[in-house]
Every structure is written in structure tokens, then in C-alpha cells.
Design a protein around this ligand. Structure first.
Ligand SMILES: [Zn+2]
Length: 300
């Protein structure tokens, strides 16, 4: 199961909830695992450094004979060659040797994660739809997608905030803060990433679209739609008590800082953007995104 969508759309909350279900193993944003975890030894969602986690070293040994056997620079070079928004049209047209080599790494990663965890579903929250388009081409991957969307102005507001990354383990990383985008930039990305996600459905990939606003308004109903989409029995316990979620640590490699949160959390809508995002920015985001936003049921 690939969680697709533009960052800051609430996919981490969904990932955390799905990750608590029986038979599900969440992997985090594996697209960033190669550099941030294998090379830089950032923290797993369980709190341990990647190399000290109880899950990931087993996966590395099973998949590649050890993480030190993985050529991280090669994976990153392949990613730059095939896994970008501008390469999606080529990926739709057909496979290539580089694409096969790139998705081969993920095929091995998923097979090993399946073997080590015994889980029925693996959830990869890498989010970039370009990666889902690549994985669609990989014979070793049986792909389904959940697309998470959120009001474009709320997403734009979130991208303007300065957020420190708690992932680094030695304080010397080049990525100590999360990326920031201007409202115009995030609006353009909102259009492109969501359109590319929707395209997957037209190409025959099973896809469920979830609005973040619906998830936080009624987590139980949305999560039951998710379990049905995943063909899990309706008796599958949800990690919810009304709007309170019970979160245990999971082995996620890279992602939003919320992946480290454990215990009971109260799920509620973050509406700060309504007052904090300047009205000129709101008008700009609206002008750039309204056709698709309206198709998703967003107004005003
Ligand atoms: Zn771990």
C-alpha cells in the first residue's frame, strides 16, 4: 500500500493509524531511507538509530546481505534518472533498464520486509506519486494506493512554517530543518502531485482517496473505509476511542516528526491556517488550485 499525496496533507496521521492494524507493517518514507538511514543512520520510528533498530538490520541482511552492500549513491542516481515528476510520462509509456534497476531495489526491500515482519500488508508512505508510477511497472510489487488530500491553503500554510527535524542522531546533518515552500510553490506542487496520483487510478491501480478533513472529523468511519479497501475484516480492531488514537511505536524509516509520537493523542482539525495564512496568499492559492480543489469537494 503506497500512501500518495503532497507532504503536509496529513498522511503521517493516516500512516500511524493504519500502522496499528493487525497484519500491517508500516515502513515509513522509504524513498528517503537510502541516504538518511542507510548512509546517515537517522532514527527509526521506534526511537532507535537505524542500525540499532530490531527490525531494519534484519531486513537489510535478508534483502541485500547487509545494508553495507547497498550502493546508496547508485540508488540516488537512479532516482534522479527515473523517479521525478517530469519522468512520469516516460514511465507511463514503458519500462527501461534504469527503471527496472531502480524498482528492483524496492522489490527486494518489500520482499524482505514481508519475510521479516510476516505482515499481510506493507505500507510505504513515500508520498511522491512519481514513485508510485515507477512501482506500478515493477512485476515484484502488487501495488495499491491511498491518496491523502487536504485543503490547498492549509497545506500552503504548513509549508511556510519552520520545523526542526528530530530524526538526526548526531546533530551534524545537512537536513536539520524541514523544507519550506512559498504558497505559490506549494500550490503548484499540490496541483501536480494530486493530478499525478489521480492518474494512477485511470491506469488501473486500485486507489482510495481520503480527505484529511474527513479523517479528523470522523476517524472511525474513514478508517473503516480504509480497512475495507485493504480487504481486512470489519472486525479488525481500530486504534481509536472516538477521536482519541492509541499509538504504539512502529518501525518507520524517515518521515514527518509525528512518527515518533506514542501513547494517546487527540485527533482534531488544525485550523490555524484560516487565521494565520495571509489573505493575499489564500487568494493566490485559490486562484492556482481551484479546479482540482473543487473536484475534491473543497469550497472557497
Ligand atoms: Zn525500529
Amino acid at each position: 500500500m503506497f500512501l500518495a499525496g503532497l507532504g503536509r496533507s496529513g498522511s503521517t496521521l493516516l500512516e500511524r493509524l493504519v500502522g496499528q492494524l493487525d497484519g500491517v507493517q508500516t515502513l515509513g518514507e522509504t524513498v528517503h531511507m537510502w541516504a538518511r538511514c542507510i548512509r546517515d543512520n537517522e532514527r527509526c520510528g521506534c526511537g532507535n538509530a537505524f542500525r540499532d533498530c530490531e527490525f531494519w538490520p534484519q531486513v537489510g541482511t535478508t534483502a541485500f546481505g547487509g545494508w553495507d552492500r547497498v550502493d546508496v549513491d547508485r540508488v540516488e542516481a537512479l532516482r534522479a534518472s527515473v523517479d521525478r515528476m517530469r519522468h512520469v510520462p516516460a514511465t507511463i509509456r514503458g519500462r527501461s533498464a534504469e527503471l527496472d534497476e531502480y524498482t528492483g531495489y524496492y522489490s527486494k526491500l518489500y520482499a524482505a520486509s514481508h519475510e521479516v515482519s510476516g505482515a499481510r500488508w506493507l505500507v510505504d508512505s513515500s508520498k511522491h506519486p512519481s514513485m508510485a508510477h515507477c512501482l506500478r511497472r515493477e512485476p515484484g510489487v502488487d501495488l495499491s494506493v491511498i491518496q491523502v488530500v487536504r485543503h490547498p491553503a492549509a497545506v500552503a500554510h504548513s509549508w511556510t512554517k519552520l520545523v526542526q527535524r528530530p530524526d538526526v542522531t548526531d546533530g551534524s546533518g545537512s537536513e536539520d530543518f524541514m523544507t519550506r515552500y512559498s504558497p505559490a510553490r506549494s500550490a503548484a506542487l499540490w496541483n501536480g502531485e494530486n493530478a499525478a496520483s489521480g492518474l494512477l487510478k485511470r491506469l488501473g491501480v486500485p486507489l482510495l482517496r481520503i480527505r484529511y478533513e474527513d479523517l479528523v472529523a470522523d476517524p472511525g468511519t474513514t478508517m473503516r473505509a480504509v480497512t475495507r479497501f485493504m480487504n481486512l475484516p470489519d472486525s479488525t480492531p481500530l486504534p481509536l476511542d472516538g477521536s482519541t488514537a492509541h499509538l504504539a511505536a512502529t518501525h518507520t524509516a524517515s518521515g514527518n516528526p509525528m512518527r515518533f509520537t506514542t501513547g494517546d493523542i487527540s485527533i482534531r482539525a488544525d485550523e490555524k491556517w484560516r487565521t494565520e495564512l495571509p489573505s493575499k496568499d489564500r487568494r493566490l492559492v485559490h486562484a492556482l488550485t481551484w479546479p482540482l480543489a473543487r473536484a475534491y469537494g473543497y469550497k472557497g
